[in-house]
Design a protein around this ligand. Sequence first.
Ligand SMILES: O=P(O)(O)OC[C@H]1O[C@H](OP(=O)(O)OP(=O)(O)O)[C@H](O)[C@@H]1O
Ligand SMILES: Nc1nc2[nH]cnc2c(=O)[nH]1
Length: 203
Amino acid sequence: MVPKVYVTYNQVHKLCQEAAPRILADFAPNLIIAIGGGGYVPARILRSFLKQPGSPNIPIQAIGLSLYESLGTTDETQIEEPGTKVTRTQWLDLRSLEMANLIGKNVLIVDEVDDTRTTLEYAVKELEKDVAEAAEQAGRSGEVVRFSVFVLHNKDKEKKGSLPKSMMEERRYLAARTTGDVWINYPWEATWVHLGGGSGVRY
Ligand SMILES: O=P(O)(O)OC[C@H]1O[C@H](OP(=O)(O)OP(=O)(O)O)[C@H](O)[C@@H]1O
Ligand SMILES: Nc1nc2[nH]cnc2c(=O)[nH]1
C-alpha cells in the first residue's frame, strides 16, 4: 500500500515562494505553460512571486493532459492508477501570432507532481516539436524555445518517461521537494472540506 501524504494550500504557497528566486534567476520565463488540472494553482501562485516591479505579469497558458484515472473506490482520498497513454484534453496553437513571438524565448512548464514522468516527457516532447515546426514556418528554424520545468514534488523512483538530456544538464528542471514513492493529496482535490461554520461576515 502506497503511503498517503496531505499537502495544504499554505505549503503549496510556500513552495512556490521558495522556488521563485531561482526560477527568475535561472529560467527567466517569458511564458508559463500550466499542465492542467494539477499545474493550474501552482502556476497562478508562482506568477505573483515572479512579478517584477515595472514589468507586466508573465502570461499563463494551459495545456490539458490526463494520464491517471480514479480506481472508483469509495475512499474519500482516492489513489489513482496511471493509464497507458497520455490524453490531450487541451493544447496550444503555436502557429498563432502571439505564440510565434515566443521563438527564441524562455517557457516554464508547471505541474504539481512528477511521478512516472510520462506526462512531462509527453508535454516537453510535443511542445518542442510544435515549436520547431512554428519556427520553421516563420523562417527562423535556427532559433529555439528554451523550455524549463517546475514541479512542487518529484518522486524519487524509477521513471518511465525522460526529459531531454540538455534540460537536466543545464539544470532547467526544478522540483521544490523530492519525496519517496508516496501518494500526495493536494488541497484542491479535497471533497470533504466543511464549508461554512465560524461567525461573522463570510466571502
Ligand atoms: O509523472 P506522471 O506519472 O505522468 O504523473 C504526473 C501527472 O499526473 C497527474 O495528472 P492526471 O493525469 O491525474 O491529470 P489531472 O492533473 O487532470 O488530474 C498530475 O497532475 C501530473 O500531470
Ligand atoms: N494527486 C496526485 N496526483 C498524482 N498523479 C501522479 N502521482 C500523483 C500523486 O501522488 N498525487
